[in-house]
Design a protein around this ligand. Structure first.
Ligand code: SF4
Length: 454
């Protein structure tokens, strides 16, 4: 049996100088880097690259910043400089020509890009929360009009095929006020869509005992998925209503409470629920959370409340001990659940995961057959669901425009970037990425929709 050994993620050391605002910037940069698969290094020696967030407010602060850069170069050698002193790139480069990159304050994308360049992340389907297109070589950073917002790190579950808790530890939620502050900045900088990510979004705030935190604008917010989602949904209102998309939600009973937020238009009618399987026996052996036999019933009731709800999910076939009956159960379940988007994976043993040493490993050719069966059924369901949208008018967030053809590519509320389908628009001249337009849907295929601005 081939066992996959995961490469170690690159480690970033951080020296953060200056005012609380600079600290927020550091926090924001590190959140993005953590979301991209980086680890933090508590010391110079263990870091693949050191990020120095400088302060340039007073001469004394500038000198302190230069000293910090000098120390980082002496101790580590691979240094990226950002922050207020980044405005004086010449001063820094004259004194430290070996600095890898200098970026200014609030240039988050540039500083993250510089770190990616200095220590490229190692894409891994076993641990990445964001699509690997964002991580691999030939780096593609999130465009400004959509942004991933990581709300917690780690996980309290112990799924048998997963090594995240081993790598990242138990769930640690970020403070909701810090998340909102970050999201506010993103929206002010042009983000139209916030993609909420974590290992288990529905468990958000459990470690903080769901306590409330004061907001700068007055009032308070509870560290709870529903409350956080509601506050995120209010950002940019009324003129720049931001799209809030929830990823990695487990179907715990309290998830029912976010459905009304979708009905109110505060959160997109979209749920990314990694079911991984449907057979109760396989789920039990996988040690999956919220493994409730009544899930189909719940999906039905959610759809009664929000008929346009799109559900995306992933499934693993070929888990050790999976029988033909389990697969038949899964296919029947999928037929009934009518999920909008399905990704399937063949079970792959990963070093350190309990399932790797389980008995009754499934042969590769059998995994392949089962994988193809799930993919074929999901493609048929997806094609049928998309065909039913032909003739309707949908809001489309524009991702890219093609000046030559006059066409544009975007996504409806049912499509997350990179992982779901697209809406291809013709005669879309004058649009730009980040615009949200109403589009009349004219055609469809297995994955995508085709239309024209209405
Ligand atoms: S819920 Fe399971 S699969 Fe997801 S991160 Fe936690 S242990 Fe891993």
């Amino acid at each position: 049996m081939n066992v996959t050994t995961l490469p170690k993620p690159p480690r970033v050391g951080l020296v953060s100088l200056g005012c609380p605002k600079a600290l927020v910037d550091s926090e924001r940069i590190m959140t993005k880097l953590r979301a991209d698969g980086y680890d933090m290094s508590p010391d110079y020696a263990g870091a693949d690259v050191v990020l120095v967030n400088t302060c340039g407010f007073l001469d004394s602060a500038k000198e302190e910043s230069l000293e910090a850069i000098g120390e980082a170069i002496a101790e580590n050698g691979r240094v990226v400089v950002t922050g207020c002193m980044g405005k004086e790139a010449d001063v820094i480069r004259n004194r430290f020509p070996q600095v890898l990159a200098v970026t200014g304050p609030q240039q988050y994308e540039e500083v993250v890009a510089a770190v990616h360049e200095a220590a490229p992340p190692v894409p891994s389907p076993f641990i990445d929360l964001v699509p690997t297109e964002h991580l691999g070589p030939g780096l593609k950073l999130t465009p400004r009009h959509y942004s991933y917002v990581k709300i917690s790190e780690g996980c309290n579950h112990r799924c048998a095929f997963c090594i995240i808790p081993h790598l990242r530890g138990d769930l640690v939620s970020r403070r909701p006020d810090a998340i909102l502050r970050e999201a506010e900045k993103l929206v002010a900088a042009g983000t139209r869509e916030l993609l909420v990510i974590s290992q288990d979004t529905s468990a958000y705030g459990v470690d903080l005992r769901h306590k409330s935190f004061p907001l700068k604008s007055g009032g308070e917010v509870r560290a709870h998925m529903t409350d956080l989602a509601r506050e995120l949904g209010k950002l940019g209102q009324p003129e720049n209503n931001v799209w809030v998309r929830l990823h990695y939600v487990y179907p715990y009973p309290h998830v029912d409470n976010v459905i009304p937020l979708m009905a109110e238009g505060l959160v997109l009618p979209y749920l990314d629920i990694p079911f991984q399987h449907a057979s109760p026996d396989v789920l039990r052996r996988m040690r999956r959370p919220a493994n409730d036999a009544k899930v189909l019933q719940r999906i039905r009731s959610w759809r009664e409340m929000v008929p346009e709800l799109a559900i995306r999910s992933t499934f693993v076939v070929g888990f050790p001990g999976e029988t033909e009956e389990d697969v038949a159960y899964l296919l029947g379940w999928l037929e009934e659940a009518q999920l909008d988007r399905v990704g399937a994976f063949k079970f792959e043993p990963v070093e350190g995961a309990p399932a790797t040493s389980m008995a009754d490993q499934v042969p590769e050719d059998v995994k392949q057959e089962r994988y193809e069966a799930v993919m074929a059924l999901s493609a048929r369901i997806s094609a049928e669901k998309l065909a039913a949208k032909v003739g309707s008018t949908l809001d489309v967030l524009i991702d890219a425009v093609d000046a030559e053809t006059g066409g544009a590519t975007g996504r409806s509320k049912a499509d997350a970037p990179e992982i779901d389908g697209e809406v291809q628009l013709r005669d879309a001249g004058g649009l730009k990425p980040g615009d949200i337009v109403a589009a009349k849907i004219e055609d469809s295929d297995e994955h995508d929709l085709y239309g024209v601005p209405a």
